[in-house]
Design a protein around this ligand. Structure first.
Ligand SMILES: C[S@@+](CC[C@H](N)C(=O)[O-])C[C@H]1O[C@@H](n2cnc3c(N)ncnc32)[C@H](O)[C@@H]1O
Length: 420
């Protein structure tokens, strides 16, 4: 049972006020806060982060429960009681007499009637959009799965270790874990221990990566000796997997427009033991540096910048930070990046378009428009690509993953082959 005290509650109140301004990603606001409050111990940090995230995940239901004047502080108290199962007695030493009276009054009040969007704990626009796509009942189940915390998944680096050995070692170290359901390299932990100092992490045998994200690497399916590009590599979660599947042979370009993100890839590449990765910051998707690669690559992954709404389990703030307007802006970029990346492929080469979004406008709509404008590309059924690697996943042509059905984050991906 979580231990709450006055200090933890006051610190959480302070950082939540900053988080609820939604000017920066919540994980960045929290890390910054902890960096400036070094006296907080590991446990304090855990409790504060968990409670802030409980508010972000359940904000609409908690606001309704609080009634009028749902301040950040009240939302925290509501989250402790309604989400984290703390009793008002346990809170007595941590809160004022006025707050105790307010809590007692709210607990005695009749439960409010919730709208569909409040039940789904999504902004109205997103709840409506998901209901249009899936129908209300299914949209509600999907929302509930997206509003729950994610498990911790690891990916084994095939250059350094075997999955069974890693599982054995983690279990010997007291960590309950199971092989992933789909990715041959995935391990799912029962809890969320900090692993950054674990010898297997330090020596590059494991990385933290959602199992769904791993499946995108298998859809690219690069072979030894090939020329491959990870066009939107970021900090390189997928680059590392692609490099491992290539057994560190051939050439793997990691491009991104954000130099700071690419910089975070460097130490990860060093740990992984890969020697085939070439990182390069580009100014935009039509950067002149890409010209010399036109028509030369065997495989290109476009892990496009997207709303991230498939990752609400890990980034619940995104549902409050995205809007129809931000999604529209992203769709323009996605189409342009896909068209530019396609030029790098040689005949017979494979292009994978992927997002961690659950919105058709960022997914099918982008691929359909691309296929209409590029008759020299055709879809390769994702299910067959997986089956060829011994991965059983009944996904048909286009891969759609979601936490409700697969226990992974929400992802969309298609594989396209250049024929002309
Ligand atoms: C979904 S993230 C990539 C995550 C990364 N592949 C991973 O697995 O960790 C999308 C990335 O696209 C990058 N990006 C945005 N615009 C771009 C462009 N025009 N060309 C290439 N990359 C771009 C962003 O900086 C961001 O790192």
């Amino acid at each position: 049972m979580m231990q709450i005290n006055k200090n933890r509650l006051d610190e959480a109140t302070e950082v939540l006020a900053e988080v609820l301004r939604f000017e920066a990603p919540s994980d960045a606001v929290l890390s910054d806060f902890f960096r400036h409050n070094k006296s907080l111990g590991h446990r304090d940090r855990g409790v504060i982060a968990e409670t802030v995230y409980a508010v972000l995940r359940n904000r609409r239901r908690l606001e309704a429960w609080c009634g009028e004047r749902a301040t950040g502080r009240r939302l925290l108290l509501a989250a402790l009681i309604k989400v984290q199962g703390i009793s008002s007695r346990q809170l007595e030493g941590a809160i004022s007499a006025t707050e105790q009276r307010w809590l007692a009054e709210r607990q005695a009040a009749v439960a409010p009637t919730l709208s569909f969007a409040e039940q789904a704990d999504l902004p109205d626009w997103l709840a409506e959009r998901l209901a249009q796509v899936h129908g209300e009942a299914q949209a509600l189940r999907l929302a509930q799965a997206l509003n729950a915390p994610a498990p911790l998944d690891l990916r084994v680096n095939p250059l350094k270790a075997k999955r069974e050995e890693v599982i054995e070692r983690l279990r010997a170290d007291g960590m309950a874990c199971e092989p992933g359901a789909y990715s041959p390299l995935a391990i799912r932990l029962a809890e969320k221990p900090s692993l950054t100092k674990h010898p297997l992490f330090v020596d590059g045998s494991i990385e933290v990566q959602d199992e769904g994200s791993q499946l995108l690497g298998f859809l690219v399916g690069p072979k030894r000796g090939e020329m491959v590009a990870d066009f939107c590599a970021g900090a390189g979660g997928k680059t590392l997997l692609l490099g491992g599947l290539m057994r560190s042979t051939g050439r793997l370009y990691a491009f991104d427009t954000a130099e700071r993100r690419l910089a975070r890839l460097k130490p990860r590449v060093a740990r992984s033991g890969l020697s085939n990765v070439h990182t390069s910051a580009i100014a935009h998707e039509n950067d002149a540096r890409l010209k010399r690669l036109a028509g030369k690559l065997d495989r290109v992954l476009v892990d496009a910048p997207c709303s991230g709404l498939g990752t609400l389990r890990r980034n619940p703030d995104l549902k409050w930070r995205q809007s129809p307007k931000s999604v529209e802006e992203l769709t323009g970029k996605q189409g342009a990046i896909l068209a530019a990346a396609a030029r790098l492929l040689k005949k017979g080469g494979r292009l994978v378009y992927a997002t961690c979004s659950i919105l058709p406008e960022e997914n099918d709509a982008i691929v359909d428009a691309f296929l209409a404008a590029h008759p020299d590309f055709k879809l390769l059924p994702a299910q067959e690509i997986f089956a060829g690697q011994g991965i059983e996943l009944a996904c048909g042509e286009r891969l759609r993953l979601d936490p409700m059905t697969h226990g992974t984050d929400g992802f969309f991906a298609v594989a396209l082959e250049r024929n002309g």
